[in-house]
Design a protein around this ligand. Structure first.
Ligand SMILES: CC(C)(COP(=O)(O)OP(=O)(O)OC[C@H]1O[C@@H](n2cnc3c(N)ncnc32)[C@H](O)[C@@H]1OP(=O)(O)O)[C@@H](O)C(=O)NCCC(=O)NCCS
Length: 188
């Protein structure tokens, strides 16, 4: 592969995303195949797909899949946090007063980003990240990353994300994650 320029993207709302369920599972399986984290209960395929099914019940769900010669090679998704979101419930400490107040337009939660192993190292994750976020109208984005996932963590900080705290998502077996924030729109 000559780089991310040879990649095409397709975008799906929640109904379209459900139709891509088998592809989503395939990309996940391949992206995490060599990752120790995939062996824990939280990151395993069954728990991962249960979360995908729950996430696609949200009206704001936004999925982008990357393709190379019509083969799906990576994916990313998220949604805007609504006024009753539980996203921030377990944040260890609020960075500033009002930080966790949501109205459906303030924060886009980038939930997952992954690339199949054969296509890593060519800028596909960065391109997927930009493709998802450049069309969002919220004023900031947030994501959760395992502190030990150093490759992803370093990439996020280079792309403009900064850590603001930690939280353990309200899912069975969820690990403690670092919370990263980035202002939107993306800088050019
Ligand atoms: C993390 C992951 C998404 C990266 O995908 P990718 O397509 O290889 O990423 P990119 O090629 O866009 O590279 C991302 C950054 O890491 C750097 N990088 C890529 N491969 C690297 C390597 N082997 N070692 C060190 N840095 C590397 C790149 O230079 C790039 O930085 P830049 O955009 O500032 O130049 C992919 O490895 C993956 O799916 N991992 C499993 C799932 C996961 O951990 N997702 C993140 C959860 S928060």
């Amino acid at each position: 592969m000559s780089g991310a320029s040879a990649v095409q993207f397709r975008r799906f709302d929640r109904a379209g995303a459900r139709e891509q369920r088998d592809i989503v599972a395939l990309i996940h399986r391949d992206a995490y195949a060599a990752d120790n984290a995939s062996r824990d209960a939280f990151a395993g395929e069954s728990a991962f797909m249960q979360r995908f099914d729950a996430y696609t019940s949200r009206s704001e769900f936004d999925l982008v899949i990357a393709y190379r010669c019509n083969e799906p090679i990576g994916q990313t998704w998220g949604w805007a946090l609504g006024p009753t979101t539980a996203w921030w419930d377990d944040l260890t400490s609020e960075p500033e007063p009002g930080f966790t107040v949501e109205d459906g337009h303030r924060t886009f939660a980038l939930s997952e980003l992954m690339v199949r192993q054969r296509w890593t190292g060519h800028g596909v994750a960065h391109a997927l990240h930009d493709e998802l976020l450049q069309h969002r109208r919220e004023i900031r984005a947030t994501l959760l990353v395992r502190p030990e996932n150093t490759m992803a963590y370093r990439a996020y900080t280079r792309w403009g994300w900064r850590p603001v705290g930690q939280l353990r998502p309200n899912w069975p077996d969820a690990p403690l994650m670092d919370v990263l924030i980035m202002p939107l729109p993306l800088s050019k």
